[in-house]
Design a protein around this ligand. Structure first.
Ligand SMILES: [Mg+2]
Length: 261
């Protein structure tokens, strides 16, 4: 990454701007400030339970001034990956609300082999039968494409298993390593910067591995916020962030230090 020049800001959404229907205190002001200070903003979410349009509309409902184009999700990256590989039939295991973002992929016919299994979050739909179906396709040669590899996320009622946990089960059984298209994949961060037309950016997130670790691997400074799913033990064990702050409210004043002119 160049050491000077215009920079963009990549923001994780859930746990950084809001938790559920509750905006994080000070997030609106900080978001406006970051817009002013930077040359571009992208909202980079790993969500697998909402479509890009749903995410955009939720942000707008909670008073964040964003456009649909500024929201980037792993589903778009999965479509890109399957197209690049020339996959003709794909088993898409994603929530109903995410289907519109993957509608351009050809669904596998029942009982037929698939080129890939695209794994999102089925929530309660992750039954033994569904997981077995995916497992059999993998054993017959399908590639496992995980929308993301998060271990868990914070729902309003508490922590819950995320796609990574189910993906890990399928990896373990099939002996195949998943291709991860969302965070922490380096390509996801590079695509977000390319989308802004910028070569410098900072990433802000509440997930030490997916947000901060992933960004740092891609050569970006990674700022961890102590909101959302933040847990001290998770940080110290695996990632050393560029900075750790109480919330997004502290990020504007931090920029001059971590992204010098
Ligand atoms: Mg988050």
């Amino acid at each position: 990454m160049p050491s000077s020049g215009p920079f963009g800001v990549l923001l994780d959404i859930d746990g950084v701007l809001y938790v559920g229907d509750e905006p994080i205190k000070g997030a609106h002001e900080a978001f406006s400030e970051l817009r002013e200070l930077s040359a571009g903003v992208r909202l980079v979410t790993n969500t697998t339970s909402r479509s890009r349009r749903d995410v955009f509309e939720h942000l707008a409902t909670l008073g964040f001034d964003v456009t649909l184009d500024e929201v980037l999700t792993p589903a778009a990256m999965a479509v890109r990956h399957c197209r690049e590989r020339g996959y003709g039939s794909v088993s898409v295991l994603v929530s109903e609300r995410l289907r519109e973002d993957l509608a351009s992929l050809e669904p596998v016919a029942p009982g037929q082999p698939a080129d890939a299994v695209v794994l999102g979050d089925l929530g309660e739909g992750f039954t033994a039968e569904v997981l077995n179906g995916a497992f059999r396709l993998l054993m017959d040669g399908a590639e496992l494409v995980a929308l993301q590899h998060n271990r868990y996320w914070r729902r309003t009622d508490g922590l819950a298993l995320d796609v990574g946990a189910y993906s890990a089960a399928l990896e373990y059984a099939s002996g195949q390593e998943a291709v991860v298209v969302g965070k922490p994949a380096e390509e996801f961060f590079l695509a977000a910067m390319a989308d802004m037309g910028l070569e410098r950016a900072v990433m802000v997130g509440d997930d030490a591995e997916a947000d901060v670790g992933g960004a740092m691997t891609a050569g970006l400074p990674g700022v961890l916020v102590r909101t959302g799913k933040y847990r001290e033990d998770a940080v110290m064990a695996r990632v050393t962030p560029t900075a750790i702050v109480d919330s997004i409210g502290d990020v504007p004043s931090l920029l001059a230090r971590i992204l010098p002119e």
